[in-house]
Design a protein around this ligand. Structure first.
Ligand SMILES: N[C@@H](CCC(=O)N[C@@H](CS)C(=O)NCC(=O)O)C(=O)O
Length: 222
């Protein structure tokens, strides 16, 4: 068996797949690709030019959600999707809420200008735009997530699932940018993130990524 994740840790979608594999107890290779400076022929591997792509032997797959869904069928244990129909649908919803709702806002308006642009240009970032976005655009997502989590430990069905992995992954990017839901305002969401990011599957990636992204002063946190 030979499993390969194609992409870099800059991406919350790549991280989602890597955490998923880790929680399944599966070994894999990481083939680093920067989608913004892709190797020649990358479109043959990823028709939309995006990461992650994934290889299982000769089979090639794209899109983090599809890769995780495939892995669940291919390696059913431990189950990381709920089996009850409504819980299954809710788990998929939280995945979509993050991938299609939160990431397209948090990525370009906070993570990219505070972390990636300075890495590429070597210049200090102008924090005003990202801080405004963090203060004005992200709270609606934090409110919703905290409300949906309530007093539960996990988002769906009282059990760790793809929903929790998908929610926690983009918050690692925000964390690298020095942004986190303030503890006083979103205590339950923040405690959930602390728990998730403390799992060995997340922790090892955060430790791997931190030297690459540098350690920004925490801007919005407690
Ligand atoms: N829905 C896709 C989204 C993948 C995605 O947007 N990846 C970004 C990196 S975070 C990318 O490769 N962007 C390059 C581009 O859009 O050209 C997934 O879940 O895998």
């Amino acid at each position: 068996m030979s499993l390969t994740v194609i992409g870099g840790s800059v991406s919350p979608f790549v991280r989602k797949v890597r955490v998923f594999l880790s929680l399944k107890g599966l070994d894999y290779e990481l083939e680093p690709v920067n989608p913004f400076a892709p190797p020649e022929g990358f479109r043959d591997v990823s028709p939309l030019g995006k990461i992650p792509a994934f290889r299982d032997g000769d089979a090639l797959l794209n899109d983090s959600s599809i890769i995780c869904a495939y892995l669940e069928r291919r390696f059913p244990e431990p189950a990381l999707y709920p089996s009850e129909p409504l819980e299954y649908a809710r788990a998929l919803w939280f995945e979509e809420y993050m991938d299609g709702g939160v990431v397209p806002v948090a990525g370009p308006s906070v993570f990219f200008p505070l972390v990636i642009a300075p890495l590429m240009s070597g210049k200090e970032p102008d924090e005003s735009g990202p801080m405004k976005a963090a203060a004005e655009d992200l709270p609606v997502f934090f409110d919703y997530l905290q409300d949906q989590l309530g007093d539960a430990e996990y988002f769906v069905g009282g059990k760790l699932s793809i929903a929790d992995i998908a929610v926690a992954s983009p918050f690692v990017n925000l964390r690298h940018a020095g942004v986190a839901p303030e503890r006083a305002r979103w205590p339950k969401l923040r405690a959930f993130l602390d728990r998730m990011h403390g799992l060995p599957s997340f922790k090892s990636l955060i430790e791997e990524e931190t030297p690459i992204f540098g350690k920004r002063a925490v801007l919005i946190t407690d």
